[in-house]
Design a protein around this ligand. Structure first.
Ligand code: ZN
Length: 94
């Protein structure tokens, strides 16, 4: 099971090394037409590591945008967070 083995390594790496570098942010979609940052009202916070969300959905420069939230705040309101990102970080949703 080569595929499964690789996934296991990734999960271990995330849990051991990456958690402290996680940035929780709302994905920001930039519109060229209005030159205005736009955030979808229903969008969830995603966990970004090295400018990529760990659920693989989004990519953005997390240093540039200020749509972040403290992890401690987010853990009190886990429904605001992307379930896949939580799962990939080994955080229990329930
Ligand atoms: Zn996510």
């Amino acid at each position: 099971m080569k595929c499964g083995a690789r996934l296991w390594v990734d999960e271990q790496w995330l849990k051991q090394n990456a958690v402290k570098n996680v940035v929780w942010q709302l994905p920001v979609i930039q519109s060229n037409l209005t030159d205005h940052d736009w955030i979808h009202p229903k969008v969830k916070y995603h966990a970004f590591i090295n400018d990529n969300s760990i659920c693989d959905k989004y990519s953005q420069m997390t240093d540039f945008f200020e749509t972040g939230i403290e992890e401690s705040e987010l853990m009190k309101n886990k429904e605001l967070a992307c379930k896949k990102c939580l799962k990939n970080l080994g955080i229990n949703y329930s």
